[in-house]
Design a protein around this ligand. Sequence first.
Ligand SMILES: Cc1cc2nc3c(=O)[nH]c(=O)nc-3n(C[C@H](O)[C@H](O)[C@H](O)COP(=O)(O)OP(=O)(O)OC[C@H]3O[C@@H](n4cnc5c(N)ncnc54)[C@H](O)[C@@H]3O)c2cc1C
Length: 464
Amino acid sequence: MAHYDYDLFVIGAGSGGVRAARLASELGARVGIAEEYRIGGTCVIRGCVPKKLLVYGSRYGSEFPDAKGFGWTCKDLRLDWPTLIHNVKREVDRLNGVYTRTLETAGVDRFLTRAAVEGPNEIKLADRDGARSAKTILVATGGHPVMPELPGKEHLISSNECFELEQLPESIVIIGAGYISMEFASIFRGLGVAVTVLYRGEQVLRDFDMDLRDGVAHAMRNRGIDLRMDTDIASIEKESGGYRVQLKRGDSVAAGLVMAATGRAPNTSGLGLQQLGVDLGWNGRIAVDEFSKSSIDSLYAVGDVTDRVQLTPVAIHEATAFVETVFNERPTPVDHSFIPTAVFSQPEIGTVGLSEEKARETHSHIDVYKAHFRPLRSMVSGRDEKMLMKLVIDADSDKVLGCHILGSDAAEIVQMAAIALRLGATKAQFDATMALHPSAAEELVTLRHRWEPPAPVAGSDAAA
Ligand SMILES: Cc1cc2nc3c(=O)[nH]c(=O)nc-3n(C[C@H](O)[C@H](O)[C@H](O)COP(=O)(O)OP(=O)(O)OC[C@H]3O[C@@H](n4cnc5c(N)ncnc54)[C@H](O)[C@@H]3O)c2cc1C
């Protein structure tokens, strides 16, 4: 029988890689892991965690004005960005230590260097001679920001650099309108920065439910963010004190910083996968089956590098299923249905299941229930912002296909709704659930009136 240095070698110590390495080691496998940057990966070092801390920090930007209606006087308010970013970095360092100790305690060999695949069972580490061998290789190298091909693209920053800013700009242009753009636009605005978002599509957050897209765009504009849709960029130029973004239609926008939030691509270049004949997708993603196995039997991949769903819990779930399949004799396919998702914009979005538009494509009879309302708190704070709660129902089976929320605590509420949707809950079961009062979430179990699309106006194209 062939002898290998390791039963499992993991490339990339992010959300997926760390989980797989630890679980396999706890099951008795000999495990090695390589990380070229910092243990913890994108989520911990420059993604979900530091971003959410900045979201918390930026929310005070609207909390203080809202407090006035409740009798508070808030004087001499001032943000000290160095304090905020220093404290965020301190938490990131702490978590980096926690993840490192987790691997240490589990007995995983750690290599802080870049790794590449040299053969179906061979790994080359950049900082040493010779190759390591492993019965199974797991690629969990994540992804990186894709920068748009524009004259002056060298002036752009990505979300990575936002966590390293020594000072806040007075103004920022953000290119793109996906969830990372919406979140950073809200963070910067909440911290007092003038924000312009430029996007060539017709509405923010492509693929989300249209009511959420329209609702969040309206609310963000009300909060002072300049969202410009149908806008193509010609170039970015450096000028004194900042940058000028030239638009194709002729006008321009000046800003202290220009950030691109135009998508992420899998980290597969230079990994040796093409030479090995591993099937890759158009954007370099590793093509895998439902057990996360690539076209080579000994090579598996989980997380963002497979470009299935780019979220931390998904990478962790895929890693857990991989270990069950390969090291615990329990073949476990990954189920990607009903993944709850948040956008930590201000206001926040929480969503799970099918959008109304998708449901209409895939089901023959759809019912929609929705409520737009001013939450109780706004009645006293005076904030003119409505919450949205929406359920999309399969009229034939009464099953709830989608749940979409815009407003405070949307993410927290949707995590719980996801359990019900996954269990196949019907609208009648939602209705039979006792409301919790006074809360915003109670609207989900008290939606009584089916929403009817407005009747076409006589004489319009629709009526013709
Ligand atoms: C700004 C931002 C905000 C986000 N917010 C959220 C959120 O709120 N919720 C959510 O669920 N998800 C969020 N995500 C997505 C989430 O971070 C990723 O889906 C998740 O980190 C993917 O985990 P992974 O294990 O696939 O890859 P990663 O966590 O990216 O880990 C990959 C690791 O591999 C290392 N690596 C790469 N190549 C090599 C090599 N050749 N050798 C050695 N090491 C290598 C990298 O340095 C990295 O540490 C966010 C992402 C970003 C960028």
